[in-house]
Design a protein around this ligand. Structure first.
Ligand code: PMP
Length: 285
């Protein structure tokens, strides 16, 4: 049996959930999205995700055809209709149907699409072993291009980066900004630990204001682990004691090798394990 998909203003069967080829989300990647986890039936950090979605839409002058409370209800209804207890929600706002030109203001009938499905996870062994990452040459969006805080449907920069990482035999790519400072991974935020201090690039460095990033920073501070947002260089990453990535899909995952150099002892570190456990209990109380 297929899924029930929210399309426009209600639920439809998966086979009927279709978007026009004239929708600018298809023609130009013009739209925004969110990825949200469901843990034991609870929509994780639901409000924070929706705030980020509406802010992304605002930056792109993209009308969202429902307010945030209606969106909250639509997401909940989609999760319930598909009996998702532990899963993943993909929420998309498309620009709508226009002509073959770029002009977004000629587009009509932008669609809200909500897909609630089971989640594809990294295998547990990878969390124990840690992953390999590689520096990539694809530069994170310049602040004067489509801002890196916008979760737009155009992810080609990150896709180029992911291709490079895969071709280097790494699970994730580390992206730098136009100034050469570390920004983030292709779909995750990055953290290092040096001398007991947890450090992560600020959003101005091109990091998405990740929801899991924020939660992990708060959990660390509650445990009196010092957290600093500061510009990081490739050097800082190579000589870090520990490194981990955060994201809705990956949660908290240790990095043990970067560009052929072992990170710390070459195994996920003690603080990484601690933060992963804290996040695990916070998300699944
Ligand atoms: N950076 C990018 C580019 C992403 O796509 C994501 C995943 N949404 C993240 C970071 C992590 O953000 P979050 O913790 O909100 O999933």
């Amino acid at each position: 049996m297929g899924l029930k998909i929210w399309l426009g203003d209600g639920l439809v069967d998966q086979q009927d959930a279709a978007i026009s080829v004239f929708d600018h989300s298809f023609l130009y990647g013009d739209g925004v999205f969110e990825g949200i986890r469901v843990y034991s039936g609870n929509i994780f950090e639901h409000r924070a995700h929706l705030v980020r979605l509406y802010e992304s839409a605002k930056v792109l002058c993209l009308p969202v055809p429902m307010d945030i409370d209606e969106m909250t209800a639509a997401v909940e209804q989609t999760v319930r209709a598909n009996n998702i207890a532990d899963g993943y929600i993909r929420l998309i706002i498309s620009r709508g149907i226009g002509d073959l030109g770029l002009d977004p203001f000629l587009c009509k009938d932008g669609k809200v699409v909500i897909i609630a499905d089971n989640v594809q996870l990294y295998p547990e062994a990878l969390y124990q072993k840690g992953i390999k990452v590689a520096s990539v040459s694809s530069v994170r969006n310049h602040p004067l291009s489509c801002p890196p805080q916008v979760k737009s449907l155009n992810y080609l920069n990150n896709i180029m980066a992911k291709i490079e990482a895969n071709q280097a035999g790494a699970a994730e790519g580390i992206m730098y900004n136009h100034l050469g400072f570390v920004a983030e991974a292709t779909a995750d935020n990055i953290f290092i630990i040096k001398n007991g201090v947890v450090c992560t690039p600020p959003t101005q460095a091109g990091a998405l204001d990740g929801i899991i990033r924020r939660v992990v920073m708060e959990l660390a501070e509650k445990e009196n682990i010092k957290v600093v947002e500061k510009d990081l260089t490739r050097f800082d990453l190579y000589v870090a004691d520990e490194m981990f990535l955060t994201g809705t899909g990956a949660e908290v995952i240790g990095v043990v090798e970067m560009d052929g150099r072992a990170i710390g002892d070459g195994v996920p570190g003690a603080i990484t394990h601690q933060l992963r456990d804290l996040f695990f209990s916070y998300a699944r109380p």
